[in-house]
Design a protein around this ligand. Structure first.
Ligand code: SAH
Length: 427
C-alpha cells in the first residue's frame, strides 16, 4: 500500500510499548516453524505475519490513519467514496436495475468507504427506486470488524453465537440496511453484486521467484545462521511446486512476484459476475506485469524491513494486474488498469470539489478539501501510483439484441459507457 507520510507520525498502535522491540511471539512462532519444517515461502511468511488468527498484524491492530501505519484514499477524503458510490449506481443501472443489489466489500478497513457509498445511496434513493440493498463485508480482522460495525451500525450489530458460523456478525446500518460480516468471499450469498476491493489485493500473500542458470527458483524465508533470532531470504536449490507452476513460460523478467491467492479470488469474482451479474471494482497500487521486487513493509508511515519485527508492521506488494486479467481468463470483460487520477477525473471529481467548495465558507475546511483532492489526484502523490481495474459480465458491453422478426433500419443502441474508464460526454 502506498503509505503516505502523515504530518505527525506516531508509533503504530500495535507496536510494543517502546515501539522498537520485536514482538517475540510472532518471531518465535516463525522460527519454530522454520526449525521444524525448513525455510518457508514468502507467501506463507506473509500469510502468517498478516493474518495468523492469534498474532497476525491485521487480526490484532487498527493500523489505519495518522496514528497508525498507513492512510488510504477513503480516509483522506469523503469525495473518494462518494464517486465510487456513483460508479456502483451506474453499474447497477447498466446491469438492468435488478431488484436486489448486494454491495460486497473485501477488506473494508474502518468502514469509511462503505459509509460514504451508502450516503450516496441515501441521497439518490429515488434512483434506486424499490431495489433492496444489502451490505456484505469480507473481513479477517475481529478488531477492524468491530470498528466497521461501530461506524456503520452504531450499536445495531451482534456477533454470532458460534465461532464457525459463516456470518460472524450481523446488524443494520444507520439507514436501515442489513449488513453481514464474513471471513471469506465464498460465504457471501450468490446474487447480483457489486464488489469493491480497495487496497485489499496488495495485502494478499505473494510468492517470489528468481531466474537462475538452472531455471526458476523460489525465494524463501530462513533463520539467519549467524544470528538465530534474525530472518533472511534464501533461494531454493531446486524447483518448488510453486516455481514450477506459477511462473509463465514466456516470462521475461528475472524476478517475479505472483499472488496466487489473489488469482483464486479473481476467479471466484469472475464466476459470480458471469453467473449472477454485477461488477467488481478493484483499486490498488500496482503494475501491468512489468515490476519485479515490490514486497515491502510499513510501520508508522515509514518503510520498514519486511523481515524485522514480524507482526509489528504492515507487509504489502504491488498488484500485478496482468496476472489478475489472466486469471479472469475471458470469463468476464476486464477494464483497466487506469490511473486513479484518470478514473476520478472521469468520475467528475473536479465538479464535486467545486460543489463542496461553493457550500463551504470555513477556510480550514476549504484548505483541507483542496489538499485532499491534490493527494488523491496529483501524479506525484496518489494520482498515478494507484490504479482502477474492473470486471464486468460480457453482456454489459454487448449491444442489446434487436427484437426478432422486426426489420429495423436503425442500428442497435450502443451499451452505456462504463463510468470512470472513459470520459463521459453528455451531448
Ligand atoms: N479498504 C480499506 C482497508 C485496507 S487495509 C481502506 O482502503 O482503507 C486491508 C484490509 O483488508 C483490512 O481491513 C484487513 O483486515 C483486510 N484483510 C487483509 N487480508 C485479508 C484476508 N485475507 N481476508 C479478508 N480481509 C483481509
Amino acid at each position: 500500500m502506498l503509505r503516505w507520510r502523515a504530518a505527525q507520525t506516531r508509533r503504530s498502535c500495535g507496536s510494543s510499548p517502546n515501539g522498537e522491540k520485536p514482538r517475540p511471539s510472532m518471531l518465535r512462532h516463525l522460527t519454530s516453524k522454520i526449525k521444524a519444517t525448513g525455510p518457508i515461502s514468502v507467501a506463507e511468511y506473509m500469510r502468517e505475519v498478516l493474518t495468523n488468527p492469534v498474532t497476525g498484524y491485521y487480526v490484532r491492530n487498527n493500523m489505519l490513519g495518522p496514528d497508525g501505519d498507513f492512510i488510504t484514499s477513503p480516509e483522506i477524503s469523503q469525495i473518494f467514496g462518494e464517486l465510487l458510490g456513483v460508479w456502483i449506481l451506474s453499474e447497477w443501472m447498466g446491469g438492468g436495475r435488478p431488484k436486489q443489489l448486494q454491495l460486497v466489500e473485501l477488506g473494508p478497513g474502518k468502514g469509511s468507504l462503505a459509509s460514504d457509498v451508502l450516503r450516496v445511496f441515501s441521497q439518490l434513493r429515488s434512483v434506486l427506486g424499490e431495489a433492496s440493498v444489502s451490505l456484505h463485508l469480507v473481513e479477517v480482522s475481529p478488531v477492524l470488524s468491530r470498528l466497521q460495525a461501530q461506524n456503520l451500525t452504531g450499536n445495531y450489530s451482534q456477533e454470532a453465537g458460534a465461532e464457525d458460523e459463516p456470518i460472524y456478525r450481523r446488524g443494520e446500518t444507520t439507514t436501515g440496511l442489513p449488513v453481514s460480516w464474513y471471513r471469506c468471499l465464498d460465504d457471501v450469498p450468490a446474487g447480483f453484486s457489486i464488489f469493491l476491493a480497495h487496497e485489499f489485493f496488495d495485502a494478499l500473500p505473494i510468492h517470489k521467484f528468481q531466474r537462475t542458470e538452472k531455471g526458476w527458483r523460489e525465494v524463501m524465508v530462513d533463520i539467519d545462521p549467524e544470528t538465530p533470532d534474525r530472518l533472511r531470504f534464501v533461494v531454493t536449490p531446486s524447483p518448488t511446486l510453486a516455481s514450477s507452476t506459477l511462473v509463465q513460460a514466456d516470462e521475461r523478467r528475472d524476478h517475479v512476484e505472483v499472488c496466487a491467492e489473489g488469482g483464486v479470488i479473481i476467479q471466484q469474482l469472475a464466476r459470480r459476475i458471469s453467473e449472477d451479474g454485477g461488477a467488481a471494482l478493484i483499486a490498488d497500487y500496482g503494475h501491468d506485469g512489468t515490476k519485479t521486487d515490490t514486497f515491502r513493509g510499513f510501520k508508522g508511515h515509514q518503510l520498514h524491513d519486511v523481515l524485522v519485527s514480524p507482526g509489528s508492521a504492515d507487509l504489502t506488494a504491488d498488484v500485478d494486474f496482468s496476472y489478475l486479467r489472466r486469471m479472469a481468463a475471458g470469463g468476464v470483460v476486464c477494464l483497466g488498469p487506469v490511473t486513479q487520477r484518470t478514473f476520478l477525473k472521469n468520475m467528475g471529481i473536479d465538479t464535486r470539489l467545486q460543489v463542496l467548495l461553493r457550500n463551504c465558507a470555513d477556510p480550514s475546511t476549504r484548505k483541507q478539501l483542496i489538499s485532499s483532492y491534490d493527494m488523491l489526484t496529483n501524479p506525484a502523490k496518489m494520482g498515478e501510483r494507484f490504479h482502477f481495474f474492473s470486471l464486468l459480465p460480457h453482456s454489459r458491453l454487448s449491444k442489446p439484441k434487436k427484437p426478432e422478426g422486426l426489420k429495423m433500419e436503425k442500428k442497435s443502441p450502443a451499451p452505456l459507457p462504463v463510468a470512470g474508464f472513459s470520459e463521459l460526454s453528455f451531448s
